[in-house]
Write a protein that binds this ligand. Structure first.
Ligand code: FES
Length: 101
C-alpha cells in the first residue's frame, strides 16, 4: 500500500467531485458533508464516466441506466450494475488529500 498526494482541492463543497488519475487509474474524489470518498471513475455496468453524475446522500447515481453505488464501499444499491466500484482509502492531511493504492 502506498500513499499518493492528489490534486483534488480540499475545498470541494459537499456534493462536488473531482476526477484525477493516480498510477494510471481514474479516481473520482467525492465530498459529502465533512467526508471525502475516493472511488473508480467509471460505472461498472457499461463504463459510463461518473464525474458529472449526481450524489444523493452517500450514493452516486449513474444516470445512463440508473445504477446507484454506495460511496462508502462502492457496492451497488440499485441495478443494473452488479459489481462494486473500486474504492480507495482517502485521507486529508493538513492542506492536501492523499489516497492509498
Ligand atoms: S453504465 Fe452505469 S448504469 Fe449502465
Amino acid at each position: 500500500m502506498s500513499w499518493h498526494r492528489i490534486d483534488a482541492p480540499i475545498g470541494l463543497a459537499s456534493g462536488e467531485k473531482h476526477l484525477t488519475v493516480v498510477g494510471g487509474r481514474e479516481i473520482l474524489v467525492c465530498r459529502t458533508g465533512e467526508n471525502y470518498y475516493a472511488i473508480a471513475g467509471r460505472c461498472t455496468h457499461s463504463a459510463w464516466p461518473l464525474v458529472d453524475e449526481p450524489i444523493e446522500g452517500t450514493e452516486i447515481v449513474c444516470t445512463l441506466h440508473g445504477a446507484r453505488f454506495d460511496l462508502r464501499d462502492g457496492c451497488p444499491t440499485a441495478g443494473p450494475a452488479s459489481k462494486p466500484l473500486a474504492t480507495y482509502v482517502i485521507e486529508r492531511r493538513d492542506d492536501a488529500l492523499y489516497v492509498s493504492l
